[in-house]
Design a protein around this ligand. Sequence first.
Ligand SMILES: *[C@@H]1O[C@H](CO)[C@@H](O)[C@H](O)[C@H]1NC(C)=O
Ligand SMILES: *[C@@H]1O[C@H](CO)[C@@H](O)[C@H](O)[C@H]1NC(C)=O
Ligand SMILES: *[C@@H]1O[C@H](CO)[C@@H](O)[C@H](O)[C@H]1NC(C)=O
Ligand SMILES: *[C@@H]1O[C@H](CO)[C@@H](O)[C@H](O)[C@H]1NC(C)=O
Ligand SMILES: *[C@@H]1O[C@H](CO)[C@@H](O)[C@H](O)[C@H]1NC(C)=O
Ligand SMILES: *[C@@H]1O[C@H](CO)[C@@H](O)[C@H](O)[C@H]1NC(C)=O
Ligand SMILES: *[C@@H]1O[C@H](CO)[C@@H](O)[C@H](O)[C@H]1NC(C)=O
Length: 299
Amino acid sequence: MHIISFFLVMLKIVFCYKSQKVQRGSDVSLRCDVPLMSKSSTLHWEKDGEQSPNSTLMYNNSAYIILHTVDERSEGNYYCRLMENGRVQTVRIHTVNVTSYSQNKIHTIYRQSGNNSDVSLIFKSKKIYHRLRWTWEQSPKSQIDLIAVEKGIEVQIKGPIEPGRNSSTTYTGQFFIFHISPVNFNYNGTYRCITETSTYTTTILRTIRVSVEPPDGVLRNQSVVLTCEVSEVTDSVTLVWFRMEGNRGVLVKQQIMTEKNNMLRLTVNLASYETDPLHWQCAVFTENTLRALAPITIS
Ligand SMILES: *[C@@H]1O[C@H](CO)[C@@H](O)[C@H](O)[C@H]1NC(C)=O
Ligand SMILES: *[C@@H]1O[C@H](CO)[C@@H](O)[C@H](O)[C@H]1NC(C)=O
Ligand SMILES: *[C@@H]1O[C@H](CO)[C@@H](O)[C@H](O)[C@H]1NC(C)=O
Ligand SMILES: *[C@@H]1O[C@H](CO)[C@@H](O)[C@H](O)[C@H]1NC(C)=O
Ligand SMILES: *[C@@H]1O[C@H](CO)[C@@H](O)[C@H](O)[C@H]1NC(C)=O
Ligand SMILES: *[C@@H]1O[C@H](CO)[C@@H](O)[C@H](O)[C@H]1NC(C)=O
Ligand SMILES: *[C@@H]1O[C@H](CO)[C@@H](O)[C@H](O)[C@H]1NC(C)=O
């Protein structure tokens, strides 16, 4: 009897276990599903020995979490836990392993624009290079240099985006960071780190912007318009407005955006009596993958 239940537990863990090697500097999105969930149960992600971060989005019968700009601190086991009637059950274990270097295929990241947002673009290589530069293309064939460094020379600032505090300031040949802070909506485009011989790493940055109308707080009897906008899409992207109940998202409106849409935005009109739940989030999905969350509070 004991042996059988032990075997079933093992089978279950093995069945729900996934290990993934991810590119340094990219965003990683984790998801776990349960077939049935009661209203009173909750689902969340937590990491080895860390307090469960509040960053899980619970929606339908799934829990989502996004790890931004992964590095060695992101490595480890992530557990998806179901809490039901005071019992905790682990439904999935996901091991994240980050590559040592940032060389790889192109990756796309989504960031909310705003004064408190930032993004770090990371070059980390095994080989030592003598010349490195970070470039930006806001539109095709418009490549400009942002910062450049050469052995024996200080970092030179060239471009229109002022490097954030965490940008590299000295030459190392193997490590070169361009930190963008804050992220403006029009900072979307393609960023590349180029060595003396080739392009080493490429990141496509897409920006999202959320706003509330009227902007300076609303009276109880006023209606409100929430807008969520994405800078560009290729293939298809789904924008969703969620009304938040704790970490649980209640879908209010969703729309698939394609390149053909000329307005890449989703608005919801709320009557005064609907504005009571003050916390809202706009989510960006590609297929079933959550790519970004942009919260907004109605005051
Ligand atoms: C969530 O559930 C609703 C209704 O059951 C369904 O229409 C929708 O496609 C689901 N969304 C996702 C992302 O699975
Ligand atoms: C990550 O992968 C490397 C090489 O495959 C391995 O040596 C290392 O132990 C892995 N780390 C974790 C945390 O699994
Ligand atoms: C963002 O910062 C700029 C400059 O410091 C300021 O003018 C603007 O009001 C800020 N915006 C918000 C939404 O806080
Ligand atoms: C910037 O650098 C500080 C100190 O090194 C670090 O704590 C922080 O996490 C970094 N921020 C980003 C966005 O990388
Ligand atoms: C909302 O209430 C304020 C003060 O309570 C009042 O002055 C205003 O006319 C009201 N607006 C609407 C649209 O009812
Ligand atoms: C960046 O966003 C702007 C405004 O939404 C858009 O016109 C432009 O095409 C985007 N740039 C790229 C490289 O997609
Ligand atoms: C985290 O979640 C708890 C319970 O849902 C909530 O009380 C708390 O304010 C949240 N903290 C943050 C920083 O969102």
